[in-house]
Design a protein around this ligand. Structure first.
Ligand code: ADP
Ligand code: ASP
Ligand code: MG
Length: 405
């Protein structure tokens, strides 16, 4: 007998018919003699709708209350799915994140899982119940409800798979696997049979939201047997693992992140400690800074640009404004009209032509590059947001012959 964790995203449980579809997948797995833990997200666009509801009441609510609100979306799904499974005649119990034993730190809206207290779930599994767990949520040590960040149900599922030493963790979603680019923006994107944890971690961190990046991080750490499959069609998905089949290709995929903003602090005195003061102040407000670029100084002055998640822009602007006198910069600029497009692949390490090929594709498409960042297995460019869909397609086309197909 095996233990299988199955996670279903929002679109997979969007309405009654889809909930029954999930109930059937789960009960078929149970019928094969497996123990089954199911993680579900909020139905359809529920989380976005809850965010809008909050904004109608208070544009600046505390993060504690925001988590309290957002956690309700997943709670609706677990109860409805449990009712569907009851109706099919199977033993089932639904549990909220806290009931399932998810203990997190206190960073509301982006909490990290500290540990999972397993007794309750072990009990339920011992009674041969199908256990349905609300994704995306937990509780801090003061008993407050926390959430794990958008897309965090994937991480709930992988955390359970790790804690319970599951034989398999399946992420069911509205696409049938991981592709070389988001198949919704690049129609000729190719499905990957396998991908390594490291490559997927890069893609997810760079905007491929098919998996929450922390879920991949955790899967790698605990060697979770992870796969992405369709909830709507029965066919093989994509396996995420330590070592993928050796395929001769330069890059594994193209990713886009439109959820970012850029701030440039212009004409800062070129003296020691400036960058430290700026980024320490941002860190003190728990604002994650993504890419940083410092221009070469001229006349003892330099510019510092950095990117952050769009949601953090108002707070980051406040921090930068509060440092006007201490940093003695001339002015700052901020923009949300920006997108990050990246290519990822271990194969590029030993291939010097990759960056040139990417820039050529953008140049041919008439797309201007604002900033460039590179590492061993990725190249990232910042461009105007309106051009990002075209950019992804152009880059994908340029590398098409090198992609697995
Ligand atoms: P769920 O609600 O099931 O968690 P998400 O919307 O979070 O689903 O993730 C699935 C979506 O991820 C797909 O619909 C697709 O548009 C997007 N996506 C982005 N990049 C990729 C990629 N490389 N491969 C597959 N899907 C991708
Ligand atoms: N419902 C949450 C979200 O929309 C969590 C998730 O879907 O994984 O972000
Ligand atoms: Mg998701």
């Amino acid at each position: 007998m095996s233990l299988i964790v199955q996670k279903f995203g929002g679109s997979s449980v969007a309405n009654a018919e889809r909930v029954f579809n999930v109930a059937r997948i789960v009960t078929e797995t149970y019928d094969k003699g497996n123990d089954v833990i199911v993680v579900v997200s909020a139905q359809g666009d529920t989380t976005d709708e809850l965010i809008e509801k909050a904004a109608e009441i208070n544009p600046n609510p505390s993060k504690r209350e925001m988590d309290m609100l957002l956690a309700t979306g997943e709670q609706i799904s677990i109860a409805l799915l449990a009712m569907a499974i009851e109706k099919l005649g199977y033993p089932v119990v639904s549990l909220t994140g806290p009931q399932a034993g998810f203990l997190t730190d206190s960073s509301h809206s982006k909490a990290r899982i500290r540990r999972i207290e397993k007794e309750r779930m072990e009990n339920e599994l011992g009674k041969h119940n199908i256990v349905i767990v609300a994704g995306f949520q937990g509780m801090n040590r003061y008993g407050n409800i926390t959430t794990l960040g958008r897309g965090g149900s994937d991480t709930s599922a992988v955390a359970l798979a790790a804690a319970f030493h599951a034989d398999l963790c399946q992420i069911y979603t509205d696409v049938d696997g991981i592709y070389t680019a988001d198949p919704r923006i690049v129609p000729n994107a190719q499905k990957l049979e396998e991908i390594t944890y490291d490559e997927m971690l890069e893609l997810a961190s760079l905007g491929a939201n098919v998996l929450h990046n922390r879920s991949v991080e955790m899967a790698k750490k605990y060697n979770v047997n992870l796969e992405v499959v369709s909830s709507l069609e029965k066919k093989p998905g994509t396996k995420v693992k330590e070592v993928a089949k050796v395929e001769k290709m330069l890059i594994k995929g193209v990713a886009r992140d439109n959820n970012i903003a850029r701030i440039s602090v212009v004409e800062v005195p070129d003296s020691p400690g400036v960058a430290f003061r700026l980024f320490a102040a941002l860190a003190a407000k728990k604002i994650d800074v993504d890419n940083i670029l410092q221009s070469i100084g001229r006349e003892e002055l330099k510019d510092i640009s950095f990117t952050i998640a769009k949601d953090n822009l108002p707070e980051a602007v406040k921090v930068v404004e509060s440092l006007k006198d201490s940093l003695n910069y001339k002015y700052y600029e901020s923009t949300e009209n920006i997108s990050k497009v990246s290519i990822v692949g271990a194969g590029m390490k030993s291939n010097p032509g990759v960056a040139a090929k990417m820039f050529e594709a953008l140049g041919d498409a008439g797309i201007n590059i604002q900033m460039i960042f590179t590492s061993e297995i990725k190249i990232t460019v910042l461009i105007n947001k309106e051009e990002s869909t075209r950019a992804v397609a152009a880059i994908h086309d340029a590398f098409m012959a090198d992609l697995p197909h």
